[in-house]
Design a protein around this ligand. Structure first.
Ligand SMILES: [Cu+2]
Length: 201
C-alpha cells in the first residue's frame, strides 16, 4: 500500500514538472518578425507581404516547435492570414502582431504596416544614363511622363498590353496612359542597360 502511494506521488510530481522536457513555462524566449515595417499598396501589385517569424531561446538559438498566431490592429487597413500573409485593404497605418506560444509561455513581435493608394500620375526622369526612379507606381488609368534631358533616349516597352513605345527624345517630355493593372517593363533601345518598371494598381 505504501509503495503504491509513493509511486502515484512520484507520477504526480512527474506530470507537474513536465518530465523529460528541458523547457518550463517560465523559460525566456524572444520573437523576431521580419520585416519590422512594410509599405503596401491598397491594390495589386505590391498589396501583400509574407511575414517571417523566428523564436529564439535565451542563448539566441532558434526555438523548435511552438505555435504562431497573427493579429491585425485594424482589419479595415490590413488583414493577416494564419500563415502570416498580410493583405492590404485600404490606406492607413496599423500593426500586425505575431505571437509565439511555446511550452506554456508566449512572446510577441510587431510589424508596422502602411497602406497607400497609388497616385494617378508619376514622372520618370533621365538626366544621364539611368531612368529615375527605376520603378514608378500609378493607379489604373494613370499616366506616366518621361522627361528626357541632354542625352537621346527611347522608351521601349517589353510587356504585353503596354502602350505604344516612345521614340527618341532629347530635352523633351512624353506621356503614356496605362488602363490596366499590371507590371510593365521597359528599356531604352539605344542604351540596353537603361531599364525601368511601371506598376499599375
Ligand atoms: Cu538611352
Amino acid at each position: 500500500m505504501r509503495t503504491i502511494h509513493r509511486r502515484l506521488l512520484a507520477l504526480g510530481l512527474c506530470f507537474a514538472a513536465a518530465c523529460g522536457g528541458s523547457e518550463g513555462p517560465n523559460d525566456e524566449f524572444t520573437v523576431e518578425v521580419t520585416p519590422t515595417a512594410a509599405e503596401l499598396f491598397s491594390l495589386a501589385p505590391g498589396n501583400t507581404i509574407e511575414l517571417e517569424v523566428v523564436a529564439k531561446d535565451g542563448d539566441g538559438e532558434p526555438l523548435a516547435g511552438g505555435t504562431t498566431t497573427y493579429a491585425t490592429g485594424n482589419s479595415a487597413i490590413a488583414t493577416v492570414s494564419n500563415a502570416g500573409v498580410v493583405t492590404a485593404v485600404a490606406a492607413g497605418t496599423t500593426q500586425i502582431t505575431a505571437t509565439v506560444t511555446h511550452d506554456g509561455g508566449s512572446a510577441s513581435a510587431i510589424t508596422s504596416v502602411t497602406v497607400r493608394d497609388a497616385a494617378a500620375a508619376a514622372t520618370v526622369r533621365a538626366p544621364g544614363f539611368v531612368f529615375t526612379p527605376g520603378t514608378v507606381d500609378v493607379s489604373e488609368g494613370g499616366t506616366v511622363t518621361w522627361t528626357i534631358e541632354s542625352v537621346h533616349h527611347t522608351v521601349q516597352f517589353e510587356t504585353a498590353g503596354s502602350p505604344s513605345d516612345i521614340g527618341e527624345l532629347l530635352n523633351a517630355s512624353e506621356s503614356r496612359t496605362f488602363p490596366a493593372s499590371g507590371t510593365y517593363r521597359y528599356r531604352c533601345s539605344i542604351h540596353a542597360q537603361m531599364t525601368g518598371i511601371v506598376r499599375v494598381h
